[in-house]
Every structure is written in C-alpha cells, then in structure tokens.
Write a protein that binds this ligand. Structure first.
Ligand SMILES: C[S@@+](CC[C@H](N)C(=O)[O-])C[C@H]1O[C@@H](n2cnc3c(N)ncnc32)[C@H](O)[C@@H]1O
Length: 148
C-alpha cells in the first residue's frame, strides 16, 4: 500500500548547497522523496500554480529591501495554487536584529501580513520562543494565510 506521504511531492529550496546537503544527510533515505532546488527564492524559476503548501521558516526575514520582498511575494503568488496554504515564519518584533551576521527584518502579524497583501487571507498567527543550538532563545512569528 502506498502511504499518503509517498503520494506527495516535497520541494525544498535553499540558496546554500551546503544547507541542502546537511538536510539531505539528516533525512537519510527520506531525502529521495524530496525534489531539491538550490537558488535564490526571489529569482529562481518555480512552476506556476504547482504548490498546495508554501512553508517558509526563517528565510523571508533575510529580505531587507522592498524590492526583494515584492519579488518574493510575486513568487508565492505565482507558484501557489488558488486556495493554497501559505505559512511564513520570521523573527517577531522581540527577535534578534541580526542572524548569522546578516541584518534581518522583524515583524508583528499586521506588518508581516501587510507585506503580502489582501490576496493572502490571514487565517491564524502565533508566536514561538525558539531555543537555538547556541543556548539562546529567539522570538518567532508564524502567519498562516490562504491564497485567494
Ligand atoms: C535560519 S536558516 C533556516 C533554515 C530552515 N528553513 C529551518 O527552518 O531550519 C535560513 C536559511 O535561509 C537560506 N536563505 C537565506 N536567504 C535566502 C534566499 N534569498 N533564498 C533562498 N534561501 C535563502 C539560508 O541559506 C539558510 O539556510
């Protein structure tokens, strides 16, 4: 019998091939069920209306210019099918101002949703205290939207 997971196609994207290789090692044999894409999320070519779920944890907050953020939102709008699920998590307003030495943005629910616009119907948002491997705690915000 085919498990429901085997019927799903998972695509994982990162700009870093090193990050992709580390994630593949962690997944072991399950990595074969994933299509891996190495590229910048604001530029990479994604298949239109091909995705039911878009899940970004801790990438959007690295986009520090309005142009990068607008390009990202165009990518989600183009790649996710209508009615699809979009989950984006970023540093919350109490989160750090830098990550891995890079400047980052911080958001509350209203400011994050504002970046995406009314076409993204806000369903839920929540905060999380994330314990890092470096024994620090980072405040994250999660927003879950449906694409109209
Ligand atoms: C804090 S890590 C989060 C990794 C993973 N999403 C998780 O939750 O564990 C941020 C990741 O975003 C990637 N990244 C940063 N800017 C990116 C971009 N413009 N396009 C794609 N990936 C990017 C980095 O290479 C890094 O692996």
């Amino acid at each position: 019998m085919v498990s429901p997971w085997e019927a799903l196609l998972f695509v994982v994207l990162d700009v870093s091939q090193t990050a992709i290789e580390a994630t593949k090692r962690r997944l072991g044999a399950a990595a074969e069920q994933v299509r891996w894409l190495c590229g910048d999320i604001v530029e990479v070519e994604l298949e239109p209306k091909a995705y039911d779920v878009w899940h970004d944890r801790a990438v959007f907050h690295f986009l520090t210019t309005p142009e990068q953020r607008a390009a990202y939102v165009r990518q989600v709008t183009r790649a996710v099918r209508r009615g699809g699920h979009v989950i984006v998590s970023t540093f919350a307003t109490e989160g750090p101002t830098k990550c891995s030495g890079l400047d980052v943005m911080r958001y509350d629910t209203a400011s994050l949703h504002h970046e995406f616009g009314a076409q993204f119907r806000l369903m839920e948002s929540s905060k999380e205290s994330h314990d890092t491997p470096f024994a620090t705690t980072q405040q994250f915000l999660y927003c879950y939207c449906r694409l109209n």
